[in-house]
Design a protein around this ligand. Structure first.
Ligand code: NAG
Ligand code: NAG
Ligand code: NAG
Length: 212
């Protein structure tokens, strides 16, 4: 069901009960609650991008939802992800998120793709991605990250890591999990400081030059 670009200020009703893909992008939904979708038990894909959305209340579970697109909104806080156990794709690009709380992704263990590009993150808690064993694509580019904790990627099996366009000067020794091969790692557009603290990264890049 495509309700994009129709000037909606509220989630339109009624929607067909068997809706599995609902496109609501480019409307004026300033605040949305997942309770609005509780009569759509088959919903697997929800696009709320380009709405000026500043709040998403997720108290009502959406047990089958796999893809949630919240990019290009005005969120300052990451909504709670409890009640979204099937989520595999979460897009939060181009919002106004400044920090992530430890444990925030604990309930979305099937997550494959997480896009946080273009927010205002300055740092990240060390365990923030702990347990996300299925995560393949992590996009943290175009934030204001100044440093990253040493164990950030521990236990992950990422294919693609995007860190371009941040304020990183170095990465801690052992940052990249040993023996893990990435398909792509993007590091451009950071003010890397060329001193001995960069030796680890330089060595890692020469061992992985085909992915970087
Ligand atoms: C949904 O509708 C919008 C506005 O009519 C249109 O631009 C867009 O291409 C449609 N999307 C799909 C996937 O059909
Ligand atoms: C959804 O329900 C409508 C009306 O009952 C029906 O016409 C349509 O084919 C259904 N769509 C799917 C994908 O099952
Ligand atoms: C993000 O926050 C800044 C500072 O509070 C504000 O000026 C800006 O308008 C916000 N952007 C959006 C998209 O809400």
């Amino acid at each position: 069901v495509n309700c994009s670009g129709q000037g909606h200020r509220e989630v339109p009703l009624p929607l067909p009960k068997n809706t599995s893909i609902l496109l609501l992008s480019t409307n004026h939904l300033a605040s949305v609650s997942t309770a609005s979708f509780q009569h759509l038990p088959e919903l697997i894909d929800l696009d709320l991008s380009y709405n000026g959305l500043s709040a998403l209340q997720t108290g009502t579970p959406m047990p089958l939802l796999q893809e949630l697109i919240l990019s290009h909104n005005a969120l300052e806080l990451l909504p709670s992800l409890q009640g979204l156990p099937a989520l595999t794709h979460l897009a939060l690009a181009h919002n106004n998120i400044t920090q992530l709380a430890p444990g925030h992704f604990r309930d979305v263990k099937l997550l494959k793709e997480l896009n946080l590009r273009g927010n205002r993150l300055r740092t990240l808690p060390e365990e923030i991605f702990e347990g996300l064993a299925k995560l393949q694509d992590l996009d943290l580019s175009d934030n204001t990250l100044e440093e990253l904790p040493q164990g950030l990627l521990a236990g992950l099996e990422l294919e693609t890591l995007r860190l371009s366009g941040n304020q990183l000067r170095t990465l801690p020794s052992g940052f990249f999990p040993e023996e893990h091969m990435f398909a792509y790692v993007f590091l451009a557009g950071n003010p890397w400081r060329c001193d001995c603290d960069l030796a680890y990264l330089q060595g890692w890049i020469s061992d992985n030059e085909f992915s970087v």
